[in-house]
Design a protein around this ligand. Structure first.
Ligand SMILES: Cc1cc2nc3c(=O)[nH]c(=O)nc-3n(C[C@H](O)[C@H](O)[C@H](O)COP(=O)(O)OP(=O)(O)OC[C@H]3O[C@@H](n4cnc5c(N)ncnc54)[C@H](O)[C@@H]3O)c2cc1C
Length: 350
């Protein structure tokens, strides 16, 4: 990879916002690069691959996995350069006003404009604070649910009392043999309807308990039992389990914004204070998706798409001031003539 090339637009983050920005940037005929920390594209949706998503306009309910497939395919329509497994650590501008993106690997990337689509930063699940717990991560200790089928007819213990833990408990209840929920407090901390559903279900809620120890199977490969402590008297409870799911929230790595020498106006510790047109306080630097706050913000994937298109349109006009303020709609856009031709041919070829 030649990182000396100057791109028109470099998008940091390959979630829904970054991928739609990539598609739209291609539609506006901008030379585009995406840099993503994870070894895969799709962003935070990977946290909930099997959940149903209903509120993306024009899509009947899709699973997280199906949405990822769609946004990745769309995002790659115009063959952007994609750099995976790379963390952008800071941003600066050179004397010509071009952006330099500094990365953890030491590579530098150069761009006329940058779109920050970094969501809430790099998400790392808070791990279970038990010595050597990580050895079970290859077998039956999970920090997310990748496949509901994996838990079919199993005895599952979920640790956590927030929305995600409650959600997984409700989703796994009809599939698993038995679901336990351990939570350190005496009351759950989730949406009312979901909490009511959980409390009226067969899920066994073990309030005021915390995981004290993981007891291994005889071959030492899996967790066989979980030892819980209850309340101030340290009452001990042992639960036989097949699978353990930990949902203790996420640590956010937002080093990029903290380390950058550009004075990017922030709304709070995590969100960029931008305009409804996705502009930031820095010329040529735009933002889209969860990272961006503005007056008309819709904190949904649907809102991320609008931010992304606005960011690209602004980038286009920054580079070419007399360019139109938005791109030609796709149904009339000549860019798609060849692609449409191929699709129609496939549709009508028996
Ligand atoms: C459990 C759950 C359920 C949800 N359900 C829905 C729903 O039903 N409908 C809905 O509309 N929304 C839902 N959301 C919210 C939705 O997932 C987010 O709004 C959406 O993912 C935001 O997209 P994004 O591209 O802004 O950020 P993200 O999806 O967070 O993507 C940001 C990407 O940037 C990368 N990145 C961050 N920092 C760097 C860096 N320094 N260098 C390189 N890469 C970096 C990250 O690795 C990540 O891949 C849900 C969220 C959760 C957690």
């Amino acid at each position: 990879m030649n990182t000396d090339q100057i791109f028109d637009v470099t998008i940091i983050g390959g979630g829904p916002a970054g991928l739609f920005a990539s598609f739209y940037s291609g539609l506006r005929e901008l030379k585009t690069k995406i840099i993503e920390f994870q070894p895969f594209l799709g962003g935070k949706v990977h946290v909930y691959p099997e959940k149903m998503i209903w509120d993306v306009g024009g899509l009947t309910p899709v699973t997280g996995t199906q949405l990822i497939e769609q946004v990745v395919t769309q995002g790659l329509t115009f063959d952007p350069e994609v750099v995976l497994g790379e963390k952008v650590t800071s941003l600066s501008k050179d004397e010509k006003g071009q952006f330099i993106l500094h990365t953890l690997s030491g590579e530098k990337h150069y761009s006329k404009t940058v779109i920050l689509a970094v969501g809430g930063g790099i998400l790392k699940p808070n791990k279970l604070c038990i010595d050597n717990a990580e050895r079970f991560e290859q077998t039956n200790l999970h920090y997310s649910v990748k496949s509901l089928a994996h838990f079919k007819n199993k005895t599952v213990l979920i640790s956590g009392g927030g929305n995600s833990a409650i959600d997984w408990a409700n989703m796994l209840e009809p599939i698993a043999n038995k679901v336990y929920l351990t939570y350190r407090k005496d009351r759950l901390n989730g949406h009312e309807a979901q909490v009511t559903q959980l409390l009226n279900s067969t899920v066994d809620c073990l309030f005021n308990t915390t995981i004290k120890d993981l007891i291994a199977s005889s071959d030492n490969k899996k967790i066989a039992k979980v030892l819980l402590n209850r309340g101030e008297n340290d009452e001990k409870i042992t639960v036989d389990i097949d699978e353990v799911i930990i949902n203790h929230g996420y640590e956010r790595d937002s080093d990029l914004l903290k380390n950058s020498e550009l004075d990017i106006a922030m709304e709070n510790e995590y969100c960029i204070a931008g305009s409804p047109m996705s502009e930031t306080s820095i010329e040529g630097l735009y933002a889209a998706g969860d990272i961006l706050h503005h007056q008309g913000k819709l904190l949904l994937i649907a809102g991320a798409f609008q931010d992304a298109a606005n960011a690209v349109n602004k980038a286009k006009q920054y580079i070419t001031p007399d360019a139109t303020s938005w791109g030609m709609v796709s149904s009339h856009n000549d860019l798609f003539t060849q692609k449409n031709h191929e699709i129609i041919k496939q549709m009508y070829t028996v």
